[in-house]
Design a binder for this molecule. Structure first.
Ligand code: PLP
Length: 390
């Protein structure tokens, strides 16, 4: 058996692995483990989307290879969504591409832009794909610390000139995974100006734009005039429509970025099943969708308030986030993120994610995902209160 390629060696082991082993051991011992670890919605996909899929799957035209860049109807639906939601207009032919989930698109975009000697400006902590694929592609991820004092926004002015000049990509993600932070339009303006100045492609990962609370509405990077010359945005149906298993998203914006991404994608995959795109088209265009998302957010907001109150009662410094379904909670003194996550699992049977899994600046935090029913969340908080000494 030959050794795998060198590039595999640059990929750090997932810190989740240790916790996962312990979780499996606890389950094997018969512990009723409650997982607040994974960001995977527990509620079902809207019924009208399922019904559209049931019809579409029977269409023999869809049993053949899909269009590489996505069906015309899906790309038009994506444009319609952006126009309605943010007042932004795209050309469906050149500025939109269907993806097999935004994870796929983000990973492939990196391969289209980053090679040896290139820098990618990557928030830390962050969704791991930005950093991992930069490493796999032979590039250099430059960490942008997201710290509480800065509202978990990167300080672009602190990036050394020499690094900015070598950078190809700048990743931003608000509402943010894992911190739950949101960004004002002024931050997007600053990021667009920065990327224009240094000739960098701005990559806005807007996976959580619809999951927001307390009346807050998240912007798109394209609310900044001229942003489509320097930016591409990833928008996924996974979170607002509980469709993580369906694998459907799209990229929109700079036609140059979309066409570069297309070169990697057409040589790698053959597009998403057209029936799935048709169901996703229904989600993007149906008048029922707004109510569906509003009700979903009410559920997450109730869970958020319950969790924040419960964690504070235990003595943890939890703050209610305005977006995403994650709470980013400082660990008690004397703990690392991994030791506290282990303690919660071993003493309370509750899985959370150690912040260090998202980067070095995630140390000192745990991430709590709200993708469980209220009853289970209450039970998790009860157990933590009973068994864990903070
Ligand atoms: N981006 C962020 C910030 C995420 O948290 C996730 C999933 O958790 C994704 C992208 C990927 O979403 P999907 O591939 O399901 O579209």
């Amino acid at each position: 058996m030959p050794a795998p390629a060198q590039r595999i060696k640059h990929v750090p082991p997932y810190l989740f692995a240790e916790i996962d082993k312990k979780r499996a051991a606890a389950v094997a011992r018969g512990v009723d483990v409650i997982s607040l670890g994974i960001g995977d919605p527990d509620l079902p996909t809207p019924q009208f989307v399922i019904e559209r899929m049931q019809q579409a799957v029977a269409n023999p035209q869809y049993h053949r290879y899909p269009d590489y860049e996505g069906s015309q109807a899906f790309r038009e639906a994506a444009c319609q969504f952006y126009r309605r939601r943010w007042g932004v207009v795209f050309d469906p032919q050149s500025q939109v591409m269907a993806l097999i989930g935004s994870k796929e698109g983000l990973a492939h975009l990196i391969w289209a832009y980053v090679g040896p000697g290139d820098v990618a400006l990557v928030p830390d902590p962050a969704y791991p794909v930005y950093r991992t694929h930069t490493l796999l592609a032979g590039g250099e991820p430059y960490p942008l610390p997201l710290i509480r004092e800065n509202g978990f926004l990167p300080d672009l002015k602190a990036i050394p000139e020499e690094v900015a000049r070598r950078a190809k990509l700048l990743f931003i993600n608000y509402p943010n995974n894992p911190t739950g932070a949101v960004a004002p339009l002024s931050f997007y303006e600053e990021a667009v100006a920065f990327c224009r100045r240094y000739d960098i492609l701005l990559v806005s990962d807007n996976a959580y734009s619809e999951i927001t609370f307390d009346g807050y509405r998240a912007p798109s990077v394209f609310n900044v005039p001229g942003a489509s010359e320097v930016a591409v945005e990833f928008w996924s149906l996974s979170k607002p429509f509980n469709m993580t298993g369906w694998r459907i998203a799209f990229a929109a914006g700079s036609s140059e970025a979309i066409s570069a991404l297309g070169i990697i994608k057409t040589n790698t995959d053959s597009g998403q099943f057209t029936a799935i795109q048709e169901a996703a088209t229904a989600a993007l265009t149906s008048p029922e969708s707004e109510r569906f998302v509003a009700e979903l957010n009410e559920v997450y907001q109730r869970r958020r308030d319950l969790a924040v109150a419960g964690l504070r009662a235990i003595g943890l410094d939890a703050s209610p986030m305005k977006g995403s379904f994650y709470l980013w909670v400082p660990v008690p003194a004397g703990h690392t993120s991994a030791s506290f996550a282990t303690l919660l699992l071993e003493q309370a049977g509750v899985v959370v994610t150690p912040g260090a899994a998202y980067g070095q600046y995630g140390e000192g935090y745990i991430r709590i995902s709200l993708c469980v029913k209220e009853e289970r969340l209450k039970e998790a908080l009860r157990r933590i209160q009973k068994y864990v000494k903070v």
